[in-house]
Design a protein around this ligand. Structure first.
Ligand SMILES: [Zn+2]
Length: 105
């Protein structure tokens, strides 16, 4: 099924993906923040046992935790944003007449 502009019936259009972009950015920020909080707690514990385990272990753990949290948050945010794009926003913009429309009406 070809998606066409409801105004001029053109099949050339672009997608804005506003929700996906914003959702990904918010998700990455939230994910990094929560990961950072966990990493800080982890490094505090790591400092107490640092005499036995060494500081490199807690630093590495904190970095990996932050990266995983950031990537997970971004993926979650992008998924939520994609749904918002498809269900709520007029995600398509006609390149012929600049009509904004939702392909899932
Ligand atoms: Zn059009």
């Amino acid at each position: 099924m070809t998606i066409r502009c409801p105004k001029c019936n053109s099949d050339s259009f672009t997608t804005r993906d506003t929700g996906r972009k914003i959702g990904g950015a918010i998700g990455a920020t939230v994910g990094a923040t929560s990961a950072l909080t966990g990493a800080l707690k982890g490094s505090q514990v790591g400092m107490r046992v640092g005499a036995y385990a060494g500081p490199a272990g807690s630093l590495g753990g904190a970095l990996i935790g932050a990266l995983v949290g950031c990537a997970t948050g971004a993926a979650t945010g992008a998924t939520v944003g994609k749904v918002i794009d498809e269900k709520v926003l007029n995600n398509c913009v006609c390149t012929e007449c600049e009509q904004e429309f939702n392909p899932h009406f």
